[in-house]
Every structure is written in structure tokens, then in C-alpha cells.
Design a binder for this molecule. Structure first.
Ligand code: S3P
Ligand code: PEP
Length: 418
């Protein structure tokens, strides 16, 4: 029987899967139904972007219906507002390039500050007319004339989203695409992209640094969106720091989301007991957390803040390396995490692409979230053992998990009662 300190959760849908499903459904022949998509600021911005480009988008009680057009955007002029969403800001210019017309892509000040250059250079190399703000940033204007495809190189060393965007547009081009990958972070996200493209009928293969994508569009289908593995990391981490048990439903052996590795690789190295089944993953925290030593997080950097937030409770320093691109996400996450932990009395060291956290007993503080959802969610885990941790902008979680604080509070209340 499940003890009252063992909690089962089903976290909301994956942001990354929802964004990809929206993109491929938009280029498919017919109507696709996305079941259990993520409803959050990022994915709503993405869906609104599709609608602005002239694709059919409708919410139904069963899910999101997207009516695609293999010919690309049907409008000849549109402004696409991406808000804070990296996925929308990187993927939608590629989708717009498949149309004919003048498309403006813009976003919040936070997203305007994030890099776009490698994607824009690749699009220009494919003869797409792209005019961008200084430094190749948003806002940008695309004068599109049905990009034909061909061979292109891309540097995905600051974001894999540049590469995923090119891959996703490939089946919509007349000649297909051959992409030479020059550098790469977050590799599991590209694997997710290629796998989902195939699930929607596209032909995409990878050999080393070369990705080949055949023309021919996508097939409409019904698609069930998995829960979000990055979001689940906060619940697994909660088990890790309290010695309780959390089971996350819908995330198991078959997942393509790399961030489940936080549970399957990082937490066992800290003394957690982790069980992965076909459709669920269960984490039980130890009496005392061990330091995993150095953890290279290049592939799963969205979970680096989750690790940083539980690191003070480990018995030795925790060093997180190869996370340089975290400096150009919603915030400079290396600096932001060091500051947040420092506000709680935890000492850290930082370098260009690493963060080291020393053990300590955190005290409560008001945390500056910098409009970064992951600061609020990861520091909430630290808050489980540090009553009184508060946030200047708790609602920043709306980006990927609007009900985070309620759900996390519920978890805490269950444990308190148990
Ligand atoms: O393609 C995606 O869905 C994502 C890729 C990753 O970005 P980077 O490739 O910039 O690390 C990740 O951090 C982001 O939350 C989602
Ligand atoms: C980096 C993130 O988001 P994005 O790049 O999609 O804005 C994130 O969710 O942590």
C-alpha cells in the first residue's frame, strides 16, 4: 500500500512536445488533434502565432485541433508575437519562411535580448530575406517566397532550437534540406524533433553531423502529448530533499525527453532510489543527500537549476559544468542562481560555463525571479526545507506551469498531513 508520504503526480504536458506538434500539424494535410497539450504562456503564444500565420487552430474539450496546410502560411502579411518563448521565437520564423509574404516576428524585451543569429544566418543562406534588429536580434521581418531548401550549415552551440527549427521546416520545402551541424547543445531536443517529425510521417535521418530531410510534408494525426520532464524535475527533487517518494505518471522508459535523465542519472548519484517503469518514474529521497561531485549538464541544462537548488543539502560541494548557454536563456541563469542561493546564505562559485554550490543551511529570503519561471520553481524546492522563501514575481511560472504554486503547495500539504 502507498504510504501517505508517497505522492503520485501527473505534471502538465511537455512544452517542447506541444511546440513541435503544433509546428508539424500546421504543415500536415488535414486536421490533427493534440491531446493533453501544455496550456501555458509559451504554448499559447505558439498557437496564436500559428493562427496569425493563417493556420486553423481550435480548442475543443478533447484537445487542440490544428488544421494544416502543406503549402505553408496562407496569409501574405502577419505579425507573430512570441512573448517570452524561445521555441516560438526560433521555430516560427522557419515556418513563416515557407510562405509568400511579409511576416514580422517580435517578442518581449527578455526574448529580444536572446540570440537569433545562427538561425537567421542559415535562413539567409537558403535565400530567405530576413531583416533583423542590431546584432541579429528580434524583432525581425521576413520577406518570404517559399524557401526551396537545399544544403545549409548551422551553429547550434548556443541553442539547439536553431537546428530544430530548420529540421521542422525541411519537409515543407520543395527540395528538402541537408543540414550540416557545426556545434550543438541540448542534443536530446534535436532527437525529439527528428522522432516527432517521423511520427508525423516525415523522412528525416541523421548520420553524425549531417541531417537529411526529404520533402513531402507531414501527415495529420491524433497525438498525445507527454507530461513535461523538466517540470517533473521539481517534484523528483522535492522527494530528494525531503526523503519522501514521488511518482510521476506518463513519464517512463519510452520517453524522448532528455530531462528525465535528471531523475535517472543525477538523483541516483545523490543517493536517491529511482525506479523507471513503462509509464511512470518513482523517486525516493535518502536520509542524507550525497554530492554527485561534478555533473556535466550540456544536454539537460533546463534541470541545472533544479540541481543547484538541492545542492546545498548535499554533503559536499556540487559542481555543474558545460552550461554556458544558460547565460542566454530567460535570465543569465548561472548568475541568477548564484544570486538566489546567495540571498539564502549559500555560497557559490561561478565561471563562464559552470556553477559550484557549497553545502549549507539556507535561510529564508525574498528571491528575485528575473521573470524566469525556473528560478521560482527550483527555489520552491529549496523552500520545502527553508520555510519563508518568497518570490518577487511568483506568477512568472505562467511560462510553462501556471498552477505550479498550487500543485506544489498541495504536495507539501500532503506531506505535512502524513
Ligand atoms: O527545443 C526545445 O524545445 C528546447 C530546447 C532547449 O533549449 P536550448 O537548445 O537553447 O538549450 C531547452 O532549454 C528549452 O527549454 C526547450
Ligand atoms: C530555456 C527555456 O525556454 P525557451 O528557450 O523555450 O524560452 C526553458 O523553458 O527553460
Amino acid at each position: 500500500m502507498e504510504s501517505s508520504r508517497a505522492v503520485t503526480v501527473r505534471v502538465p504536458g511537455s512544452k517542447s512536445v506541444t511546440a513541435r506538434a503544433l509546428f508539424v500539424a500546421a504543415l500536415a494535410n488535414g486536421t490533427s488533434r493534440l491531446i493533453a497539450p501544455l496550456e501555458s504562456a509559451d504554448t499559447v503564444a505558439f498557437a496564436n502565432g500559428l493562427a496569425a500565420l493563417g493556420f486553423g487552430f481550435e480548442r475543443t474539450p478533447e484537445g487542440w485541433d490544428v488544421t494544416g496546410d502543406p503549402a505553408g502560411p496562407s496569409t501574405e502579411a502577419a505579425t507573430v508575437w512570441c512573448h517570452d518563448a524561445g521555441t516560438a521565437a526560433r521555430f516560427l520564423p522557419a515556418l513563416a519562411s515557407l510562405g509568400t509574404g511579409r511576416f514580422v516576428v517580435d517578442a518581449s524585451a527578455q526574448m529580444r535580448a536572446r540570440p537569433m543569429g545562427p538561425l537567421l544566418r542559415a535562413l539567409r543562406a537558403l535565400d530567405v530575406q530576413v531583416h533583423a534588429a542590431a546584432g541579429d536580434r528580434l524583432p525581425l521581418r521576413i520577406d518570404a517566397d517559399r524557401v526551396a531548401g537545399g544544403a545549409v550549415q548551422v551553429d547550434a552551440g548556443t541553442s539547439s532550437q536553431f537546428l530544430s527549427a530548420l529540421c521542422l521546416m525541411g519537409p515543407g520545402t520543395r527540395n528538402g534540406l541537408t543540414i550540416e551541424v557545426l556545434d550543438e547543445v541540448s542534443v536530446p531536443y534535436v532527437e525529439l524533433t527528428l522522432a516527432m517529425m517521423r511520427e508525423f510521417g516525415a523522412h528525416a535521418t541523421r548520420e553524425g553531423s549531417r541531417i537529411t530531410i526529404a520533402p513531402g510534408g507531414y501527415e495529420a494525426r491524433e497525438y498525445v502529448v507527454e507530461p513535461d520532464a523538466s517540470t517533473a524535475s521539481y517534484f523528483f527533487a522535492a522527494a530528494a530533499v525531503t526523503g519522501n517518494t514521488v511518482t510521476a505518471l506518463g513519464l517512463g522508459r519510452g520517453t524522448r525527453q532528455g530531462d528525465l535523465r535528471f531523475a535517472t542519472e543525477v538523483l541516483p548519484a545523490m543517493g536517491c532510489e529511482v525506479r523507471v517503469e513503462d509509464d511512470r518514474t518513482t523517486v525516493t529521497g535518502p536520509a542524507r543527500l550525497r554530492s554527485p561531485g561534478e555533473v556535466v549538464m550540456r544536454d539537460i541544462s533546463d534541470t541545472m537549476m533544479t540541481l543547484a537548488a538541492i545542492a546545498p543539502f548535499a554533503d559536499d560541494p556540487v559542481r555543474i559544468t558545460d552550461i554556458g548557454n544558460c547565460r542566454v536563456k530567460e535570465s543569465d541563469r548561472i548568475e541568477a542562481m548564484a544570486t538566489a542561493l546567495g540571498a539564502c546564505g549559500i555560497s557559490t562559485d561561478t565561471g563562464p560555463d559552470w556553477l559550484e554550490i557549497n553545502p549549507g543551511r539556507p535561510h529564508p529570503a525574498l528571491i528575485q525571479t528575473r521573470a524566469d519561471h525556473r528560478i521560482a520553481m527550483s527555489m520552491s524546492v529549496l523552500g520545502l526545507r527553508t520555510p519563508g522563501v518568497r518570490f518577487d514575481d511568483p506568477d512568472c511560472v505562467r511560462k510553462t506551469f501556471p498552477d505550479f504554486h498550487q500543485e506544489f503547495g498541495h504536495l507539501q500539504a500532503t506531506w505535512r498531513r502524513g
